[in-house]
Write a protein that binds this ligand. Structure first.
Ligand code: PMP
Length: 467
């Protein structure tokens, strides 16, 4: 049972003593004091299904017994060495982690957050290539450090600092749903939903977006040279955006031929999340030069990493690179346990099976509710885009999305929200989710949609379709 300070006291402390820009979800924010696997518990003992996993972070389950055991065992032996002395865990962990990568991606640097990992990748790319300019997509999120804030392309997450955009270019987002070309058939998805495009044998939207990228090289970049291009394998914060088939493979080749490195940001898509593969980039059939990872790597423990080739890693030889906590004995013990659990509990396979089951259920829901404009994703990385006009794909406005989202919470399911307009329900639950949990989520979502639609005027035509 909960034994902490009262709800009112917590709200007051938050208001007076915590940074005012701390993000709080929901009109009546939740106090969560305990978690077990895919479940969270509030101070009044209510149980919630965690469909957001602490923003994709809780990969194997809250307080997974095996991870807890590894953490407690290591914590009674040694917490910290600052890596100025060698300890066995970081070595054991490095070996296990790089074994998960194809090609020559065999050198790892441990840090503590996704922003730090992407900072490091930017530094590596610039030092290795001798070039300055770095490309990322409009709508991308790569972090909030002063360096990565520039890569990130949502104004919500950017401060107007001098130099934030220095050497950074945001290229057209190859988004087949909200972008100007494409449809659901452009994407690599186990379930096709109703918004099909006109492409026949191959993806014309992919071609059109690729031409835009080529033009950036031809017309925007001095001498056409870049240090790197960053891409998430499925854009997370941007609204679970899946790029057209073949686009990233061609983009990576183009970047390489112009002297740059390709960086796969696997902060959301790594560690089996997308089901078919362990890494999201594998679905796009290309080999990045640098891979950054965080969140799911530590199941909630602060841990992140940059993996690259030994040749690229050697580019930082000019100075020392120091990180007090990166790859600490505690972090490494947790990271190892997470890898074990993903394997032992068959979580990558589970992500594929349960995620596909969810996509099918959502596609059915989409047939019933025009307010669901798009359903997309892979494995347990799924987005449900809510619209007020499904032909024009007009994003449902915030008050309406918030109403639906809050009802889901009141009925016991916590979704996230993403996309430029915050109108995409984000589903990134712990990978131990079951089909029963999906049935429950679908029931809750359809109940919340009906409740919302019934509040709207009768003239509003995006109601439930007659069945
Ligand atoms: N990259 C991606 C794709 C992310 O989603 C995030 C966090 N939402 C980051 C990087 C930054 O990670 P962190 O918050 O750990 O700095």
């Amino acid at each position: 049972a909960y034994a902490g300070p009262s709800y009112e006291r917590i709200l007051e402390t938050r208001r007076t003593h915590l940074t005012p820009n701390l993000l709080a979800h929901f009109k009546k924010p939740l106090v969560i004091h305990a978690g077990h696997m895919q479940w969270l518990f509030d101070h009044e003992g209510r149980r919630y299904l965690d469909m957001f996993g602490g923003i994709v972070t809780v990969s194997v389950g809250h307080c997974h017994p095996k991870v807890n055991e590894a953490l407690s065992e290591q914590s009674s032996k040694l917490w910290h060495t600052t890596n100025i002395y060698m300890h066995p865990k970081i070595h054991e962990y490095a070996e296990r982690l790089v074994a998960k990568f194809p090609g020559n991606l065999k050198s790892v640097c441990f840090v503590n957050s996704g922003s730090e990992a992407n900072d490091m990748a930017m530094l590596l790319a610039r030092m290795h290539t001798g070039n300055q300019d770095i490309l990322s997509f409009r709508n991308a999120y790569h972090g909030m450090s002063p360096y990565t804030m520039g890569l990130t392309a949502h104004s919500t997450w950017r401060f107007p600092l001098p130099g934030v955009n220095n050497g950074l270019i945001h290229v057209m987002n190859p988004d087949p749903y909200q972008g100007i070309w494409g449809g659901s058939a452009c994407r690599d998805s186990p379930v096709q939903t109703k918004r099909e495009c006109q492409c026949q044998d191959y993806c014309q939207a992919g071609d059109a977006y690729y031409t835009q990228l080529e033009e950036t090289f031809k017309f925007s970049l001095p001498r056409g040279k870049v240090a790197a291009m960053f891409a998430e394998s499925i854009q997370g914060v941007g609204g679970t955006v899946q790029f057209p088939k073949g686009y990233l493979k061609r983009a990576a080749a183009l970047v390489k031929s112009n002297g740059g490195l390709f960086v796969a940001d696997e902060v959301q898509t790594g560690f089996g999340r997308t089901g078919e593969h362990f890494w999201g980039f594998e679905s796009h059939d290309y080999l990045p030069d640098i891979v950054t990872m965080a969140k799911g790597i530590g199941n909630g423990f602060p841990l992140a990493a940059v993996v690259t080739t030994p040749e690229i890693a050697a580019s930082l030889g000019e100075a020392l690179h120091f990180n007090t906590y990166g790859g600490s004995p505690l972090a490494s013990a947790v990271g190892l346990a997470v890898l074990d659990v993903i394997e032992e509990d068959g979580l990558q396979r589970n992500s594929l099976d349960v995620g596909t089951y969810f996509l099918k259920g959502l596609a059915e829901l989409q047939q019933r509710f025009e307010i669901i404009g798009d359903v997309r994703g892979k494995g347990l990385m799924i987005g449900v885009e809510l619209v007020s006009d499904h032909v024009k794909r007009t994003p449902l406005s915030s008050p309406h999305v918030l109403d639906i989202w809050e009802t889901c919470k009141d009925l016991g399911v916590l979704f996230g929200r993403g996309g430029l307009h915050g109108n995409v329900l984000s589903c990134r639950p712990p990978l131990c989710l079951t089909n029963d949990n999906i049935d429950f989520s679908l029931d809750v979502l359809s109940t919340a949609l009906i409740k919302h639609i019934n509040k709207r005027p009768r003239s509003w035509r995006y109601g439930q379709k007659a069945s």
